[in-house]
Design a protein around this ligand. Sequence first.
Ligand code: ADP
Ligand code: MG
Length: 592
Amino acid sequence: MKKRSNLSRLMEYAGSHCYLTYSSWILSALSALIALVPFWYLWKIIKEVLDVMPDFGQAENLKQNGWMAVLFAVLSMLIYIAGLMCSHLSAFRVATNLRLKTLRHIAKLPLGFAEHFGSGKLRKIINESSAATETYLAHQLPDKAGAIATPIGLLILLLVFDWRLGLLSLIPVVLGFLIMMSMTGEKMRQKMTEYQNALDDMSNEAVEYVRGIPVVKTFGQTVFSFKRFKDSIDRYSTWAIAYTKDLRMPMMCYTTAINGVFAILIAAALIISHDGVTNEFLLNLIFYIIITPVISLTLTRIMFMSENGMIVDDAMKRIDSVLNMKPLENSPNPKNPSAPSVELKNVIYSYDGKRNALDNVSLKINAGKTVAFVGPSGSGKTTVANIISRFFDAQSGEVLIGGVNVRNIEKRELMNVVSFVFQNSRLIKASILENVRLGRPNASKEQVMDALKKAQCMDIIEKLPDGVDTVIGTKGVYLSGGEQQRIAIARTILKDSPIIILDEATAFADPDNETRVQAAFSALSKNRTIIMIAHRLSTIANVDCIFVWKDGKIVESGSAAELKAKNGLFRRMWDAYQTSVQWKVSKEVSKS
Ligand code: ADP
Ligand code: MG
């Protein structure tokens, strides 16, 4: 497939506004041409002065010509502004549509996607990349049209009055252009990449350095002990100096050539006019000397224009990285699960395509049972919970809820059936009441309060300044990880779905919170299927079945008593846990 240009892709987002973009180019080019008209009036003024010399009183049209020059200068500016207005209208439309399309696409992606990308990075892609396309369309392209029109207009002007002088003043321009090409060629692109790398390197090392400041301070070190940081600065400065030296010669030639036009003109004038000067020739000479600085200005403008394309290219690539992610497939004829049972058949899932986070897992949880997943960190417990809630699809194998493959359950239905209380449940910036009500938007305040009570949240509510109406995230309102999770549990209680998965927050150091979470969980009545991912073995004594995970596999399963008798991984975890509890208790006792 042929890669489509960024512009044609962007114009698709502009819709009918694309004509505004095209108009802006025409207006900008027109404005650039009209900006040259005052020079023509200038020529007329000089001509009149020379004609009446030395009796200047006879020059009658000076004022009029002067005003005409001003008029055209203003006209050129007005047309430019009109052009910018068109380009902005279209550019904003493109940026809006681009954002909408990306956001709509994200809404269709699996929920696990946001986790994978990171919300900060995602926000940056959507905001900054669409802003980059806006600058490109609103300013850079119209300016480019103008920058192309100017030299063409200039060329005509230069050749119309006196073609000999015109050609002569083109010599340094062509020379300057050649030097410019030599500065921006393939070798230069390579240099630019090196520059970018050196810069990236330095800023990465700088971040590391800032992170390490506590260490630096504590141990009284200097920046020189951060060898990598210092090396990256050295590399950068070596590079920058070499680069500057490289460009010294061509840049000097370029500047001399471009600014030395009038020297050539005067030398040529002396030769051409050695058998007498006509007024006409003098007039043209003066005119050419006045107009040539415009040439160098335009050339310099074109020189700095070349890198613009690279920025928008990069922006489109970033946006594509989001748009190219595949949305979850939806089944054409969805079914509803009949019972809240969960079954996995030979499920394989890998995050990176190399190592399996879930390695051929099969398990069955009957409706209405409470089970626990335990196992070392990184053994795949959170991943399996994600797969069951279809935050992403397994690469192979089947996930069945009530006998129906999750791929055949409608998304909304699946969300009603399965609730997932995350390991680090984030609350949104709204009141506690609204946060809980997200579970069931039409719930009454009494129902919300009831859920909060069942989730053991009353102690949290009591200490907050405005009770349930306190907005989370406002100044002075701080909830610990465990407290946030309890609010999330209240939300789940209110939602009242038949399957509930709790990924217990690891950060619960305080036993009080732990007891409360447990009490909250037992408040979830029977006839529900509950999967607890437990980090504390004390909490799972009464569950129907324990699955012990290791390296993406289930290595043991059964009741607590069975597993203890088995002398396997669970037994070892249990013994270790007992020791740590005893150690803690003896410490508490010795303290009191
Ligand atoms: P647990 O919840 O049991 O601690 P996880 O399910 O979170 O374990 O992780 C299982 C494995 O998958 C681990 O090796 C972990 O490093 C890897 N993993 C988890 N999340 C990601 C992710 N977003 N990207 C890549 N690898 C991941
Ligand atoms: Mg986990």
